[in-house]
Design a protein around this ligand. Structure first.
Ligand SMILES: C[S@@+](CC[C@H](N)C(=O)[O-])C[C@H]1O[C@@H](n2cnc3c(N)ncnc32)[C@H](O)[C@@H]1O
Length: 261
């Protein structure tokens, strides 16, 4: 099957970002900690096999290995350069798409996915997670809500006709989609956390370094002119915090789901 253009663009952006990802992914580390805490709130039997879907460079693996040292972990990503950076010995690397998982029905006991689902079609990715989970299996998922990077969205408004920030599904839509594919909702959580940088250039550089840039509309956009950039900077300055940092909000949604027996 040929890859849709936007998907190809997202995959290429993550492939290119693999080398810079770890240094810039502060929020991503924090989200893994929160997802692990949510997952631990409800004890479960040791899974035989766990899938880390959209594993990136493997931030989730120490949490999964820490909790389930005896389980087999499959680390799946569609960006080969991300898979090449997985820490050795923690998981089996698997190239593949979360919307078309290269796994048999009911072949995993748990699915972990942190900050990858927002790049997927929600219904298709959840349906695939459900298909590969065995009945009784758990899904621990972190994704981003609509308030993500709202400061950037507002600052760019009217400056050009490109879409600079992805459209994000809200919590209600995620739980509706999960229910639709037959998953039970065990727990949900939503919180806002900021990435920070001393100035807008560095804030944007960090977003680019984690691969999350320039993929909103699927179109290539021209660089902003000098006048537009000055307007953008001036607008963003209104968000400078008392401690001197410029924030970019991540609206984090956590879902603990279960495939009923
Ligand atoms: C923001 S990174 C998160 C990586 C890791 N889970 C973490 O917590 O740091 C998102 C990852 O999802 C992967 N990804 C996005 N869409 C995907 C898809 N449809 N199939 C497989 N991987 C995907 C990207 O290549 C990237 O490595």
């Amino acid at each position: 099957m040929s890859e849709p253009p936007v998907r190809r663009q997202v995959r290429a952006a993550f492939d290119k970002a693999a080398g810079s990802y770890d240094a810039a992914a502060t929020v991503q580390r924090e989200v893994c900690r929160h997802l692990d805490a949510l997952a631990r709130r409800r004890p479960c039997a040791t899974p035989h096999r766990i899938l880390d879907a959209g594993c990136g460079t493997g931030f989730g693996l120490p949490f999964l290995r820490g909790r389930f040292p005896a389980s087999e972990v499959l680390a799946l990503d569609f960006a080969p350069a991300m898979l090449q950076r997985l820490p050795p010995g923690l998981a089996l690397a698997l190239g593949g798409d979360m919307e078309h998982l290269p796994l048999a029905n009911a072949s995993v006991d748990a699915v972990w996915s942190s900050l990858a689902l927002q790049w997927c079609h929600p219904g298709r990715a959840l349906a695939e997670a459900t298909r590969v989970l065995r009945p009784g299996g758990q899904a621990w998922l972190a994704t981003l809500g609509p308030a993500t990077l709202w400061e950037l969205r507002e600052a760019f408004a009217g400056l050009d006709d490109a879409e600079h920030v992805l459209g994000f599904h809200d919590l209600t839509a995620w739980t509706a989609d999960a229910t639709q594919v037959g998953l039970a909702i065990i727990a949900t959580e939503q919180f806002a956390t900021p990435a920070t940088a001393p100035n807008l250039r560095e804030l944007l550089r960090d977003i680019k370094a984690i691969g999350a840039h320039n993929v909103g509309s699927g179109r290539r956009r021209a660089p902003l002119g000098k006048a537009a950039w000055q307007i953008l900077e001036a607008r963003y300055e209104t968000h400078r915090r008392a401690d001197g940092w410029l924030p970019a909000t991540y609206d984090v949604i956590l879902l603990h789901l279960e495939k009923p027996l």
